[in-house]
Write a protein that binds this ligand. Sequence first.
Ligand code: CA
Length: 226
Amino acid sequence: MARPQILIVEDEAQLRASLERGLAEEDFAVAAAGDAPSAAALIATRTFDAIVLDRRLPGTDGLTLLRDLRAAGNRTPVLILTARGALDDRVTGLEAGADDYLVKPFAFTELIARIRALLRRASIRGPAMLKVADLEFDPVRRRASRGGRELALSPKEAMLLELLMRHAGQTVTRAMMIEVVWDSAYNDLTNLIEVFVNRLRQKIDSGDGGSPIVTVRGAGYSLRAD
Ligand code: CA
């Protein structure tokens, strides 16, 4: 089995370095970031098996980063490091989408045990459901629902929705749609894409007006993340 990929997000340089070293010695593949933006950049380009996230970071804090990840459908197990053990800290951490938390200062062996437990749980849970606001998509069964109501999507519409959900809050260009959904070298599928997007909009419409799929003029489409 490949070495588990762990991302450490910690602004204290000394602690970050010692965690990097310690986890590498435990045979994890380790990446590290000192703040939320550089962590987000790493997460956008690589898939991690778990993230160790310091709650208090300069600028964007750990919980905001975590909320953004979950809103974008990222289900990577996250262990929050928190300096305080107060109950409300624990609750807000778990509400933001954390899978576990550890109070500083902690024993390194405890951290390792918690990470291994997260990895085990994730492997049992299997491929995660995608969730964006009230939209859900099961990548294995290819089933989608909105607000609990199952959507009757064609295979291509399901692919289109999955693509939008995996990139929620970002622009999905027509070129990406053609590559992923149509797997085709046609030069001009713009009209076809429009037809498909409009049909998908109708199917996921919850009747509250305002589709979560917005047109990005001249570029493509974007699924609202909130
Ligand atoms: Ca900190």
